[in-house]
Ligand binder design. Structure first.
Ligand code: SF4
Length: 100
């Protein structure tokens, strides 16, 4: 028996990924560089911003939700114009805000 979720029932064209500026990009490794150097992360972040990606927030929130409390070395790639360390800082800030 197959279980259908609300996400499955949603028309594919209504997902945020369909509006991503990086959709169809020839070099997807731009966002997942083998060596996550500051330069490589910066290059991917620059793409997100300069492309005027309309779903930066959705992309970032999806990554934060998926990664949970993971430390930076267990966060991969650039999502929502944010690298692993950026996202970890956002997670820590959100946790601090929640506790206040
Ligand atoms: S924010 Fe960057 S990685 Fe996320 S969908 Fe947009 S272009 Fe792609």
């Amino acid at each position: 028996m197959t279980t259908t979720t609300a996400a499955d029932a949603r028309p594919r064209s209504l997902t945020w990924r369909d509006s991503a500026a990086c959709q169809g990009i020839e070099d997807p490794e731009l966002f997942f560089p083998e060596a996550e150097t500051a330069t490589a992360i910066q290059e991917a972040r620059r793409f997100c911003v300069q492309a005027g990606c309309p779903v930066i927030t959705e992309c970032l929130l999806a990554a934060l939700e998926r990664e949970g409390s993971a430390i930076p070395k267990f966060r991969y790639g650039v999502w929502g114009a944010a690298g692993p360390t950026d996202r970890y800082r956002l997670y820590l800030q959100a946790r601090k805000d929640k506790a206040a």
